[in-house]
Ligand binder design. Structure first.
Ligand code: HEM
Length: 538
């Protein structure tokens, strides 16, 4: 069946919400006038000048001239697929979101991406991968905009432009970090030790996934869940691939980049086309919503920290199946717009300073990337729940709003259509204390430990995984021109683990420095002691 044509204002729950761009049996102008020749321009005589009056020529060229939109400032290279999410009903005691209900089916669109490369870059580079999911729920869109690495480089969103500027191609030569000098990236991370944990994951095999189908996904931040009684919990979102987690080795990744830069998108599209639908289980780590918002000494508002799964097991709450390739890359994958503020009743944000900045950034960037404030009317972004907002006009307005002026309360026209007063969400009593009336520009002291979790990550690796990580650090740091940057990063690694530092130093032909940060005083954690680990305390 061909794509369904839907009215721009009509909300539909049917599968493909697409405007059919190819109707009828013959070619037309964009105004619908039949074309008889699109191969020759109109000229004054066979060999004469082209006539300005050739509207078809001008429309065709003009439209072509404007085919490109700005690529995303980050995550520019991506690939998407449609699918369905089915809830298990197991989250009901902690979360009232209807889409998590037992057997509830929700259409989804997922976009996987690399972070730093441009739209035309290669798939198998060493980088973080985006894993963004739009759930078209009956309560409105819920966007889970995650990555394949459970932590982030920075603890405060105000540093995001800095870390991206350091990682993007050099301003003078526009040569990507991955192919040339690596100085700015390593300069940044060696001077921002909070980035160490994320960098450890990047340098591990997780930085070069075998396939999108074999990647985990993480919401990274701690979210707040609300149940039907108004009770709250804190939670972290996890996607677990049914195919397991698999990576490439570096030599494979490099060769594939040359032979087939589209390796990951081809793999996903081919798998779906052949009926080998990839699946992920959505899981939650549920944590008590205490006033301090910490768990076993971990500050849950710090996005550079994980909560080990041994301490808080991931509980499965539903399953995602990707089963349909997009019909048009631009219309769907390029124009999709995710936003952390797209939430449904039962899921709320916390005060993680990285998350708070993201709430601002996505809408802001999409205003320019998608040219104006009406991008939620683009078919791929359109909710499948009914829409009745008071937003009006603006560039690319597709909706035809009828009736009286949109304001409330409105005593004219029976108040129609602005009867929005019923608040479905119960009042949420948040355990955290009210913020003090001070303005302050600094991170909490509970964000200060930058080395314990990277060390835990290092210690969790098998011997071959450790070898890969050492090789990756050695290779990448070896690309820096500045010796001082290599030395500074070695000092960071010394504070993570002396063996790691010594191995990388050996590879670089430099002396291994001694640690400068005293390891944290540790106390046995009841759960970690069972697996022979300890956990720090303040
Ligand atoms: C995309 C900003 C942190 C995951 C983007 C985009 C911006 C942005 C501007 C492009 C969006 C668009 O053009 O539609 C930021 C800022 C951050 C931040 C300011 C920190 C303050 C993160 C974190 C994650 C993440 C921590 C993962 C948990 C993604 C993903 C995309 C994206 C997956 C691609 C979405 C897509 O496929 O369209 N980000 N980001 N970002 N970001 Fe972030």
């Amino acid at each position: 069946t061909g794509p369904e044509t839907v009215s721009p204002t009509g909300a539909s729950t049917g599968a493909p919400q697409l405007v059919n761009g190819q109707q009828g049996d013959f070619l037309t102008t964009s105004a619908g006038a039949r074309l008889y020749d699109t191969d020759h321009s109109l000229k004054a005589g066979e060999r004469g000048p082209t006539l300005l009056q050739d509207h078809h020529l001008r429309e065709k060229i003009t439209h072509f001239d404007h085919e490109r939109i700005p690529e995303r400032v980050v995550h520019a290279r991506g690939y998407g697929a449609h699918g369905v999410f089915v809830g298990y009903g197991t989250a009901a005691n902690v979360c009232m979101s209807a889409f998590l209900g037992d057997g509830v089916e929700t259409p989804v669109f997922v976009r996987f991406s690399t972070v730093l490369g441009s739209r035309g870059s290669a798939d198998t580079v060493r980088d973080t991968r985006g894993f963004a999911t739009k759930f078209y729920t009956q309560q409105g869109n819920f966007d889970l905009v995650g990555n394949n690495i459970p932590v982030f480089f920075i603890q405060d969103g105000i540093k995001f432009p800095d870390v991206i500027h350091a990682g993007k191609p050099h301003p003078d030569r526009e040569i990507p970090q991955a192919q040339s000098a690596h100085d700015t990236f390593w300069d940044f991370v060696s001077t921002h030790t909070e980035a160490t944990h994320h960098v450890m994951w990047n340098m591990s095999d997780r930085g070069i996934p075998r396939s999108y189908r074999t990647m985990e996904g993480f919401g990274v931040h701690t979210f707040r869940l609300v149940n039907a009684d108004g009770g709250t919990s804190l939670a972290k979102f996890h996607w677990k691939p049914k195919l397991g987690v698999h990576s490439l080795v570096w030599e494979e990744a490099q060769m594939i980049s040359g032979f087939d830069p589209d390796f990951h998108r081809r793999d996903l599209a081919d798998a779906i086309e052949s009926g080998a639908y990839p699946q992920w289980e959505l899981g939650l780590q549920v944590l008590p919503d205490t006033p301090r918002q910490t768990f076993d000494g971990i500050d849950l508002l710090d996005p550079t920290k994980i909560v080990p799964e041994e301490l808080a097991p991931v509980q499965p709450v539903g399953i995602l199946t990707l089963n349909r390739n997009p019909l048009n890359y631009f219309a769907e994958t390029e124009q999709v717009a995710f936003h952390l503020g797209n939430l449904v009743p039962g899921i709320d944000v916390t005060d993680d300073p990285l998350l708070q900045a993201r709430l601002f950034s996505y809408l802001d960037t999409q205003l320019s990337r998608l040219a104006g404030p009406n991008f939620n009317q683009i078919p791929i972004n359109r909710p499948h729940a009914p829409v009745n907002d008071m937003l009006r006009d603006g560039f690319h307005q597709h909706a035809v709003h009828a009736g009286v002026a949109p304001y409330r309360p409105n005593s004219l026209d029976g108040g129609n259509p602005f009867e929005a007063g019923i608040e479905e969400r119960p009042f949420v009593e948040v355990a955290q204390p009210l913020p003090k009336a001070v303005k302050i520009r600094q991170s909490p002291t509970s964000f200060a430990d930058h080395f314990t979790q990277p060390r835990l990550f290092w210690l969790s690796l098998s011997p071959v995984e450790k070898e890969h990580l050492v090789q990756a650090f050695t290779f990448e740091l070896g690309k820096c021109y500045e010796q001082t940057i290599k030395e500074r990063e070695l000092l960071v690694l010394a504070n993570v683990d002396p063996t790691l530092c010594a191995e990388v130093a050996k590879g670089l032909g430099l002396p291994a420095p001694a640690a400068t940060v005293r390891p944290k005083k540790v106390v046995p954690s009841p759960v970690l002691s069972q697996i022979g680990q300890t956990w720090p305390t303040d």
